[in-house]
Write a new protein. Sequence first.
Length: 390
Amino acid sequence: MKWILSAVLLLLVSCQKQEISPVAPAEKSINLAISSEAAKNASIDVVPVRRETLDQTLEAPGKLVWNEDRTVSIGVVATGKVIHVYAKVGDTVEPKQMLARMHTHDVHDTKALLRQARAERDRATSALEQARRTEARMKRLFELKAIAEAQLEQAVLDRKTAEALLRRANADVDKEVQHLEEFLEISADDDESPQHKHDETEELVPVKSTAKGIVIDRKISPGTVVTIGQEAFTVTDPTSLWCIAHFPEAALSRIRTGVPVEIDVRAFPGRTFSGRITRLGETIDPNTRTLMVRAELPSLGLLKPEMLATIRLRLPATPSLVIPESALQVVDGKSIVFLEVSPGNFKPRPVEAHVRNGQAMVLSGLLEGERVASNGSYFLKGQLLREAGQ
């Protein structure tokens, strides 16, 4: 019976796509004749397809998540061992606030290279001073014609070489100082006198916040061994959230970035939050045939990540063909209505419709003024199934 019914519906759809009139011969293959008494007993009510101007709304389920554009991952800048941790999940932090301190051999290695570079700079400075004195003496001797010009030229060359060596030594010192102070945030002062006593934290590399917000994740504890680049904390701005939802593929033409949306959450029934669409997915999910839509909204101190939500997009009011939801029946996975072609005579008609608030907005399959069975359409569905099985 199922294959016979499918063939009938397929034939009806084909006829409609070829713009055959509602009473085309192909539709006469099934005619449900219902007596007035049977129609009365089945409470069959026939209503016209009417045109109304309706406010259209697209809805989809969603979930609130942190705004990733305002979320930062804070990593460690060297390999070593965590010694102190000052921040925990839920703490509010400011930019450059100390979150943790760690020990790393990189500090000692860099300081050793810095001492070596400074010593080389001192030697280069002394060598340049000596080269300048030699050049000055050679100039005086050359003016007295006591030396050959080649000797003066050699003195000039030695002075230029000494200058180049000093520039390189200064660059080496600057490189190590920059690594210590800007990268590791450790003082480059190198007072090794016996009277100078170091605070233990002077050798510990700080882990500082790079943004204002709250700590939503902490991946280190005292004693944790970390490697360079490893994530230690995640900080986010809690005043802004994303709502991630998935709309049907058919809604794609009506959704645009920048469009305002309304968002409801179960935690606050009856209250609507305002947001705005900021991104559409690049591809359609092949399994669900839906498109990912992302909206941004303020948390207002009330909304939390992982809350279940409904995102609602209100569309401009447009004239639409409307029938009662009760007129729709599903046969073999397809929506149909029962069209009254004459009093007591009905034919199945495949349609596309969007149901909302007890009404079905007809997208295709019907014309304004045509009459369809509303109440009692389920009785006609039963008659159709029996006819198809004969």
